[in-house]
Write a protein that binds this ligand. Structure first.
Ligand code: SER
Length: 596
C-alpha cells in the first residue's frame, strides 16, 4: 500500500460514515498566536471544538501536516519525527466515545480496509485522577470488540490525556492504539508507551470534553467532541512490517541517497561520536520538515518559526558534516528535490515553490558553512580548558552570536564530549542582548508608524498597495515581515528569496500607480478575525480568536487587517516611486519607497 492509498482509504472510510473531507491547514497556525506551529489536526478546529458551528457539519475528516519540535531529541530513533502527516476524524458534538472506538477498530481490522490482525493491537486508556474518573467506558468498549483485558493498560495523565495544544483550550482523556512490532520486550515492565520501540503508537482517539482555563481548571465543554489522529508514516510502516518509518516510500529514496554518499567513504564510523544511522535519519527528518516549512512561507531567521527552521537546517548541515559529506555535493538540495518529488501530488504547492525552497535552503547552508568551521575551532578551544566539564553561558552565547550556533547545537556538541552547558547563564545573556537590540530599535523607529501626520498616513495606504502588488508580481506566498513609515518614506520588508529584477520592480510600481490613478475609496469595517480571514483579508492575524479587528479595503484591489490610519481615496497619493530594493535578512527583502 502506498501512503496515498492509505490516506484515500482513510478519508473514504470516514466519508462512508457520514464525514465531510476537509482540507488540511498550513503548518503556521492562522488563528492561534500562542503556538508556533500546527502540532495536531485540532489546531485549525479549536473554535469548532469550543462550540462554533462548522460550515461542513458535525462529522469531519482530514489529513493534516504537523510539526512537533518537542520530539526533536528523539529524532534518529525508529519512530519519532519533527514533521509528520496525521489523518483525523472529528465529531463536533455528534458521536462520542463508544462510536469513535468502534469506527477506529473497524478501519484497522476490517478486510476491506487495513486488515490488521487484532492480536497485534494493544490499547491504553486514562487511569483517572482528580480531573476525571478512570475511563471504564473505553475499557468496556475495547473488551466488547475482543481486545482482552491483558492488552488494555490504564495509564495516568502524562500518557493518556491530550491537550490543550496551547496553554488553554479543549482537551480530554484519550485511548491510544499500539501495534506490537514483535521486537523483544526491553524489560519485564515493557508495555505500550514505554518508548523502546516494541509497541508503536499508531492512533490516538481523544475524548475532548474539557476546556482548560488560564487558572489551570478543567471545565466540562458544552459539547463533547472526538479528535483522532493516526500517524501516516507509522501506520504505513507497520502495514509493510517495517520496524521504522525510514524504510517507507516517504523516506526510502532519501535514505538510499545518503547511503550512496557514504558508500564511497573509507572511513570507519565506529568512532563513538559518530552514529551514522542517527545522523542519516536526522538529516532526512530535518530537511523534510524544512521543505514543508519553506513551502508554508517560513524563512530562516532568529525569531519564532524562522529560528526553528534555522535550527533544523543547521543541524542537518552539521550531521552531513559528521558523515563527511562534502558541502560541494549540495546533499540537502538533492534531498529537498527528492521530497518535492515524493510529495508533489499531495502538495502541489511544493512544485510551485520549488525554486524558493531550494534557494532558501542553500542560502541558509552557505551562511552557516562560513561560520561553522571557525565556530567548531572555537568550540574545540573552549572545551580544552574547561572547569567542571561545563561550558559557560557566556561562551555558548558567543558561539550563538558570532558563529550562529543554535544553543541546542552547542548542547548537542557538548553532550558528545560528555560536557554540559550553563543554559541558565546563556538565557540571561540572550535576554540581555534582546533587550539591548529592542531598545536600539525603539529609539530608531518607534514602531510601525512614526506619527499620524498626513504624509505618513498616505504612505501607509501606499504600503497596502505595495503589499498587494508584490503578491501579484511575486506570488501569494509574499507576506509582510516588517514595516516602518515616517513622513519621508515607507519601508516594507517581505519574504522573498532573491533580488527582484528591474522588470519586477517596474511592474510593481506600475500596478501601484494604476490603483492610485483609479481613485479608489478606502473603506474600513470591523469584524471578527474569522470573518476577516473568510473575507480574504491578508495581514497579521495576531489577535485572539473572537476579538474584533479592523479590515481596510482599497477598492477591490486590497483588503488587509490593520489598525489604520489611512487616506480616504488613493488619488491623494499622487505618484508612487520605489527608491531601493535590498536584502534585509535571510530570505527577507526590503523596499524603500516614496510618494511624489
Ligand atoms: N490531538 C491528538 C493527537 O495529536 C489526536 O489527534 O495525538
Amino acid at each position: 500500500m502506498t501512503s496515498q492509498q492509505l490516506i484515500d482509504k482513510y478519508l473514504e472510510f470516514f466519508k462512508s460514515k457520514g464525514h465531510q473531507i476537509i482540507p488540511g491547514a498550513s503548518l503556521i497556525p492562522e488563528h492561534d498566536p500562542s503556538v508556533l506551529f500546527t502540532t495536531a489536526g485540532m489546531h485549525p478546529l479549536v473554535p469548532f471544538l469550543l462550540g462554533e458551528k462548522h460550515p461542513q457539519g458535525k462529522r469531519l475528516t482530514d489529513l493534516q501536516r504537523c510539526i512537533r519540535t518537542v520530539d526533536i531529541d528523539n529524532v534518529g530513533d525508529n519512530w519519532h519525527s519533527t514533521f509528520f502527516e496525521m489523518l483525523g476524524n472529528w465529531s463536533l458534538g455528534d458521536y462520542f466515545k463508544e462510536d469513535a472506538i468502534k469506527l477506529a477498530y473497524e478501519f484497522l481490522t476490517n478486510k476491506e480496509y487495513l486488515n490488521i490482525y487484532p492480536g497485534k493491537l494493544s490499547v491504553t486508556v486514562f487511569a483517572g485522577d482528580d480531573t476525571a474518573p478512570k475511563d471504564d467506558e473505553a475499557i468496556r468498549t475495547w473488551l466488547s470488540l475482543g481486545i482482552p483485558e491483558e492488552r488494555i493498560y490504564a495509564l495516568p495523565k502524562e500518557d493518556n490525556w491530550w491537550g490543550p495544544a496551547g496553554e488553554t483550550g479543549p482537551c480530554g482523556p484519550d485511548t491510544e492504539i499500539f501495534y506490537d512490532t514483535d521486537k523483544e520486550k526491553c524489560s519485564d515492565k515493557c508495555q505500550p508507551g514505554c518508548g523502546c520501540g516494541k509497541y508503536v503508537e499508531i492512533w490516538n482517539l481523544v475524548f475532548m470534553c474539557y476546556n482548560k482555563t488560564k487558572e489551570g481548571r478543567f471545565l466540562p465543554l458544552a459539547q463533547k467532541n472526538i479528535d483522532t489522529g493516526m500517524g501516516v508514516e507509522r501506520t504505513l510502516a507497520i502495514l509493510h512490517t517495517f520496524d521504522n518509518s525510514y524504510e517507507t516510500e516517504l523516506f526510502k529514496p532519501v535514505m538510499d541517497l545518503l547511503e550512496d554518499k557514504l558508500s564511497g567513504h573509507s572511513q570507519d564510523f565506529n568512532d563513538v561520536s559518530k552514529d551514522p544511522i542517527k545522523s542519516k535519519r536526522i538529516i532526512a527528518d530535518h530537511i523534510r520538515a524544512s521543505v514543508f516549512l519553506l513551502m508554508d512561507g517560513v524563512t530562516p531567521s532568529n525569531l519564532d518559526q524562522g529560528y526553528i527552521l534555522r535550527r533544523l537546517i543547521r543541524r542537518a548541515v552539521r550531521h552531513a558534516k559528521l558523515l563527511e559529506i562534502k558541502k560541494e555535493e549540495k546533499v540537502n538540495q538533492q534531498i529537498a528535490k527528492l521530497y518535492i518529488n515524493i510529495y508533489k501530488e499531495r502538495y502541489p504547492k511544493l512544485l510551485e515553490q520549488q525554486d524558493i525552497i531550494i534557494n532558501e535552503l542553500q542560502k541558509e547552508e552557505d551562511k552557516f558553512e562560513i561560520s561553522l568551521n571557525n565556530g567548531l575551532k572555537v568550540f574545540a578551544k573552549i572545551t580544552t580548558n574547561l572547569k567542571d566539564n561545563k561550558i559557560t553561558g557566556l561562551d555558548a552565547f558567543h558561539l550563538y552570536d558570532t558563529y550562529g550556533f543554535p544553543i541546542e547545537m552547542t548542547i548537542e556538541l557538548a553532550k558528545e564530549k560528555n560536557l554540559t552547558v550553563d543554559e541558565k547563564e546563556f538565557n540571561q545573556e540572550f535576554i540581555k542582548h534582546q533587550e539591548l537590540s529592542r531598545k536600539g530599535a525603539e529609539k530608531k523607529f518607534k514602531g510601525g508608524l512614526a506619527d499620524h501626520s498626513e504624509m505618513t498616513t498616505k504612505l501607509h495606504t501606499a504600503t497596502h498597495l505595495l503589499h498587494q502588488a508584490l503578491r501579484q508580481v511575486l506570488g501569494e506566498q509574499v507576506q509582510q515581515k516588517g514595516s516602518n513609515i515616517n513622513p519621508e518614506r515607507l519601508r516594507f520588508d517581505f519574504n522573498h528569496g532573491e533580488k527582484m529584477t528591474p522588470e519586477q520592480l517596474a511592474n510593481v510600481e506600475k500596478i501601484v500607480n494604476d490603483q492610485i490613478q483609479k481613485g479608489l475609496d478606502i473603506k474600513m469595517e470591523e469584524m471578527s478575525v474569522d470573518e476577516a480571514k473568510k473575507s480574504g483579508a491578508i495581514g497579521l492575524f495576531a489577535e485572539k480568536y473572537g476579538d474584533k479587528v479592523k479590515v481596510y479595503s482599497i477598492g477591490d484591489f486590497s483588503k488587509e487587517i490593520c489598525g489604520g490610519p489611512h487616506a480616504k481615496n488613493t488619488k491623494e497619493l499622487h505618484h508612487f516611486k520605489i527608491k531601493k530594493e535590498e536584502s534585509s535578512s535571510a530570505g527577507v527583502r526590503r523596499i524603500k519607497a516614496i510618494l511624489q
